[in-house]
Design a protein around this ligand. Structure first.
Ligand code: OAD
Length: 310
């Protein structure tokens, strides 16, 4: 298989032409950690540089995935925050791919983004929260784990606490009750947000172009969404590597073998860097200058979200 695999008429240029001609009005994006690697956030499964590889250096973990397990977090939150301190970039800035999402919204053709990422970059890129379903939760908000307190917090506050481990023994504490604070991410053992379940039926019924980017599609139930658009709906898979196995839960969600392979006549597989592909695509649509000048917000080291023109 070459870098671009088209099974029939689907190719990047034709899809760009269709976008330029206004053929698609309800584009859905599905994405994962690969869209944020250029922003300095590691992905999970890339060999040697992925996050699951870094976990080997974290002390007191019975097994690597325990760092994202809610029961282990309740027992000992320190390994989770130790990892977050290691991977949280000093400066969090949306990539060309995130700007592309902002541009699709600006053009009025974005139905929804389903993201597995918790880094808030879609929103920093100017996509309204209502258009983003953060299937695995988010770092944008958090709360106190003490059930009788549940004091909320935001990302700048949480980040500032995470980076002052000498003041809180490495674990952010509630200003009101001293309970352990947590981000609103979905740990293993927790439910996906209600918005995910409430939205995907109508969204994928309306979807006229699905773009899947920067994800191994290894995690259910998220990966099952790729089979949800109506038959014949064009699907683009843009990723450095081929999609992974979907497993039993993905299969139950309706993710058949053929879907996993993106081998229908209306599928296009582009095995390339997502930012490079987005730039190539925008060149062809005639959106390149607009893409590069999209306004974004940046989370700076001083934990301030600063509006800025790139
Ligand atoms: P993975 O690490 O499994 O997959 C990221 C994919 O992005 C890989 O296939 C890479 O080849 C690809 N990639 C990396 N950089 C890229 C780039 N610049 N351009 C294009 N592709 C690139 O991450 P996810 O699929 O997001 O869940 O992982 C899904 C879930 O697994 C996460 O949300 C997390 C984890 O367990 C929870 O914590 C609940």
């Amino acid at each position: 298989m070459g870098a671009n695999q088209s099974n029939d008429g689907m190719n990047l240029s034709q899809t760009a032409k269709d976008v330029a001609d206004g053929k698609y009005k309800n584009i859905i994006i599905m994405c994962g950690a690969g869209i944020s690697t250029a922003a300095g956030v590691p992905d999970f499964r890339s060999p040697s540089i992925g996050l699951y590889n870094k976990l080997r250096n974290i002390k007191d973990l019975p097994y690597p995935e325990a760092v994202f397990d809610i029961n282990f977090f309740r027992y000992n939150p320190l390994p989770f925050y130790t990892l977050v301190r290691q991977i949280f970039p000093e400066r969090l800035c949306p990539t060309a791919t995130h700007k592309f999402y902002g541009l699709l919204h600006k053009k009025g053709v974005l139905r929804r983004i389903y993201t597995q990422n918790i880094d808030a970059l879609e929103v920093l890129a100017g996509v309204p929260e209502s258009k983003v379903i953060e299937a695995h939760g988010t770092f944008r908000t958090g709360h106190c784990t003490n059930p009788s307190c549940r004091q909320p917090c935001d990302l700048p506050w949480l980040k500032s606490q995470i980076f002052q481990p000498e003041k809180n023994e490495g674990v952010p504490k509630c200003a009101k009750c001293k309970g352990v604070m947590r981000p609103d991410v979905v740990f293993f053992g927790e439910k996906l947000p209600a918005r995910f379940w409430d939205s995907y039926g109508a969204d994928f019924e309306a979807c006229d172009l699905l773009i899947v980017m920067g994800t191994s599609l290894a995690v259910a139930p998220f990966n099952g969404l790729v089979a949800k658009p109506k038959r014949g709906t064009p699907r683009m898979f843009i990723n450095k590597t081929k999609p992974g196995s979907v497993g039993f839960v993905g299969w139950v969600m309706g993710f058949g073998r053929s879907s996993a392979k993106f081998d229908s006549p209306t599928d296009l597989v582009v095995l390339q860097d997502c930012d490079a592909t987005v730039r190539e695509f925008c060149d062809q649509v005639g959106w390149r200058d607009e893409l590069e000048s999209m306004p974004v917000q940046i989370l700076e080291a001083g934990a301030v979200v600063t509006p800025t023109i790139q």
